[in-house]
Design a protein around this ligand. Structure first.
Ligand SMILES: Cc1ncc(COP(=O)(O)O)c(C=O)c1O
Length: 393
């Protein structure tokens, strides 16, 4: 038998089940950012040839991201994160007092706070909408919640709390038929689910690159339907997006309108590399693998005595598995698992209404991605079972 300290050292590197927070970036993404930064350290960032090369590459990344989302390059803006993308939409629309925005109770804080602020500032009305007990949005019921004052429905494609994958295309179709705009929060969905900006008929899609896409932190995406761009007010303006002609400020009628000041070059280059990797693996292949691993993890966790898995039925769930085990504090479980080389998360995930509906104040959350293995899932389940056994002994 190994002494304890050696036994701990023998634990293999982390089995990482927290892509829903942020995935380990693909090495190609890290390399792209680091190579650029190293070059600027050696050559200086403002060699005219390097700037030209970098700006050309940024446009190539824009085209690649557009291809990945099934959008046009002119519809893609680079942002700092998913939250910024959502706020750019919210601050971009010219609101009238009394305009209604439907915000389901599936949403996390980044898709709630800005709408609440606009409610106080400009008098829009945030209209709550209850998901089913399983976390699913019912498109027909959503359609029935539309009134003549509804301007926008904003909702998450893949919930960070329940793992519910929403019927995005159907919701967008019903909204479009009623002349209502749609904002799809794809922060969790990108890199996991095939996205179809144009086929969904969504008006806005926001996303970040540090989760399913495996880019680096500090990088987000906003897709805006081309015909809407000229009517939107960019929250930020300055060099890069604005020009000055005859004393007046002009802004592009492409999504670059939403990018002001020096671009976050390392993060954009990393995003380009991450998209290339996802394209090479194939989003359908990634999706199928995540479906398989999600199923295995759900079955494993459900088999633990006293475990309760929250969220939708198996066919509507992807990657994210929220759960509790009777008598086990989810934070203590998370800390214990970390000591065993297994990473999950615990908390309320900034989505209190959902937790309230389950009658809990916190939970554990495991999220899988294609790089996880069945062996890792078996380890996860075995470690939770052992810990829960000790806690209840
Ligand atoms: C559903 C959802 N929306 C929005 C965000 C915000 O993204 P970011 O952290 O890039 O601002 C997150 C990530 O934490 C998320 O899970």
């Amino acid at each position: 038998m190994l002494p304890d300290d050696l036994a701990d050292a023998a634990v293999p590197p982390s089995a990482y089940f927290d892509t829903a927070a942020a995935a380990p970036p693909v090495p190609e993404a890290v390399d792209a950012a680091v190579a650029y930064l190293r070059r600027t350290a050696v050559e200086g960032p403002y060699l005219p040839s390097l700037r030209r090369e970098v700006y050309e590459r940024i446009e190539q990344v824009r085209a690649a991201v557009a291809g990945f989302l099934h959008a046009q390059p002119e519809e893609i803006a680079f942002t700092r994160n998913g939250t910024e993308s959502i706020s750019l939409v919210a601050r971009g629309i010219r609101w009238q007092p009394g305009d209604e925005v439907i915000v389901p109770d599936t949403e996390m804080l980044s898709n709630v706070a800005i709408w609440r602020m606009l409610e106080a500032e400009v008098g829009i009305r945030v209209v709550p909408f209850a998901a089913g007990a399983d976390g699913m949005l019912d498109p027909e019921r959503l359609g029935a919640a539309i009134t003549p004052r509804t301007r926008l429905i904003t909702f998450v494609a893949l919930s960070n709390v329940t793992g519910a994958t929403q019927p995005v295309a159907e919701i967008c179709r019903i909204a479009a038929a009623a002349g209502v705009l749609t904002h799809v929060n794809a922060a969790q969905a990108i890199g996991m689910l095939p996205l179809g900006f144009s086929s969904w008929q969504a008006d806005f899609v926001s996303a970040c690159s540090r989760k399913g896409l495996r880019g680096i932190e500090g990088s987000g995406i906003l897709a805006v339907r081309r015909h809407l761009v000229p009517d939107l007010v960019p929250a930020l303006a300055g060099w890069w997006n604005a020009t000055q002609e005859d004393g007046s400020i002009r802004l592009p009628d492409t999504a670059r309108r939403f990018e002001a000041g020096s671009p976050n070059v390392p993060a954009i280059l990393a995003l380009g590399a991450a998209v290339e990797v996802a394209e090479r693996l194939g989003i359908d292949t990634i999706h199928a693998r995540v479906v398989e691993l999600t199923g295995a993890a759900v079955r494993g966790i459900r088999s633990i005595p006293g475990a309760e898995v929250y969220g939708p039925s198996d066919e509507n769930r992807l990657s994210i598995i929220p759960f509790n085990v009777a008598g086990v504090d989810p934070r203590e479980l998370t800390d214990h698992l970390e000591s065993r080389g297994i990473i999950i998360e615990a908390g309320h995930f900034m989505a209190t209404p959902i937790l309230t509906s389950y009658g809990i104040s916190s939970m554990a959350r495991a999220s899988v991605h294609y790089f996880n293995t069945i062996d890792e899932i078996d380890r996860l389940v075995a470690e939770i079972t052992a810990f829960a056994g000790k806690e209840s002994a």
